[in-house]
Design a protein around this ligand. Structure first.
Ligand code: PRT
Ligand code: ZN
Length: 283
């Protein structure tokens, strides 16, 4: 059985569980439990504080885990990273009081900066030739300037509203982060095989999230032009419609460029365009 460590309760929890469920892995979900076993896949889930996850995976208490890259790199455990998972995207940023004039990172020379990420911050300051005093605090970093503890802060930003409501402005982006899958480097052959199976499913889910299935009707004399616009997995499926001279085209498009493609399809004479989500995608 493979053991995965995920965050017990926090910003990573819901999406981590969602990913496991989308892989078709069922388990009894109880937030009171410390661990659960899947009922249909050789996987055991451990619920932990996010900060503890890299250490547990490095020590082999858990075989794999899901954690933010910010925590992973701060703890110097980046060698455990396997792949980015595309959720919990955020950034670690430097921010100063809104009223301060800020001309560039060298303005931070000699300043006090409060953060929960001293290692990531120090690496950034060193890289930029800045010498500042780092105050490591474990929480409520955003209030540090207003209580006189620091001149600036370095904290996780997502929408930016926490900074604004604390009278701060974001001035430098120090690190970009998202959830990553991490793994112990010395898994035995049996566990590696289970991990391969899990990765196969994760990839199918991820592919499906980016892709949309598109169906449209086209006059037969426009099929070639319209087909050229549809990238598709291989080439579009073309089926004749009951109405003479018309066909139905089916294909897969990437979410990122589908609006652009749809405009071009309409201009080329496509009608009755349907775009539907894909649940799993195996190629
Ligand atoms: O209890 P435990 O130790 O497990 O959890 P935690 O409190 O340490 O972590 P948690 O749940 O807050 O965050 C887990 C991970 O989610 C982080 O390590 C990041 O990788 C990721 N993440 C994504 C975030 C945010 N977005 C985020 N917005 N982590 C924290 N924040 C906080 C930030 O610290 C600040 O207070 O949200 C505030 C800023 O948000 P905006 O939207 O106002 O900019
Ligand atoms: Zn934490």
């Amino acid at each position: 059985m493979l053991r995965i460590a995920i965050q017990k309760s926090g910003r990573l929890s819901e999406d981590s569980l969602k990913l496991i469920k989308e892989c078709g892995i069922s388990f009894v979900n109880s937030s009171l439990k410390l661990k659960t076993e899947s009922t249909n896949f050789p996987l055991e889930i451990l619920y932990l504080r996010d900060d503890d996850i890299p250490g547990y995976v490095a020590d082999g208490v858990a075989d794999i885990g899901i954690v933010g890259e910010n925590v992973l790199v701060e703890e110097g455990m980046q060698h455990l990273a396997m792949e980015q998972l595309g959720f919990s995207k955020c950034r670690l940023s430097l921010a100063v009081p809104k009223a301060d004039t800020y001309t560039g990172v060298s303005d931070l020379n000699g300043k006090n900066i409060a953060t929960s990420y001293p290692n990531l911050l120090q690496a950034y300051l060193t890289e930029n030739g800045v010498e500042a005093h780092i105050h490591t605090i474990s929480g409520s970093v955003e209030i540090a300037p207003s209580i006189g503890l620091a001149d600036a802060i370095c904290d996780i930003v997502s929408s930016g509203s926490t900074l604004i409501s604390n009278g701060l402005k974001e001035v430098e982006r120090v690190f970009k982060s998202q959830a990553v899958l991490i793994a112990n480097k010395e898994l035995n052959a049996e566990k590696r095989q289970i991990l391969e199976k899990l990765l196969f499913r994760i990839h199918a889910v991820q592919r499906a999230q980016r892709a949309k299935y598109i169906l449209l009707n086209a006059p037969n004399d426009k099929i070639e032009e319209i087909s050229a616009l549809l990238p598709g997995v291989k080439s579009p499926t073309i089926l004749p419609l009951a109405e003479e001279g018309w066909s139905s085209l089916h294909s897969v498009v990437n979410e990122d460029d589908f609006w652009e493609i749809i405009e071009k399809l309409k201009d080329a004479g496509a009608q009755g365009i349907l775009v539907v989500p894909i649940e799993k995608m195996i190629i």
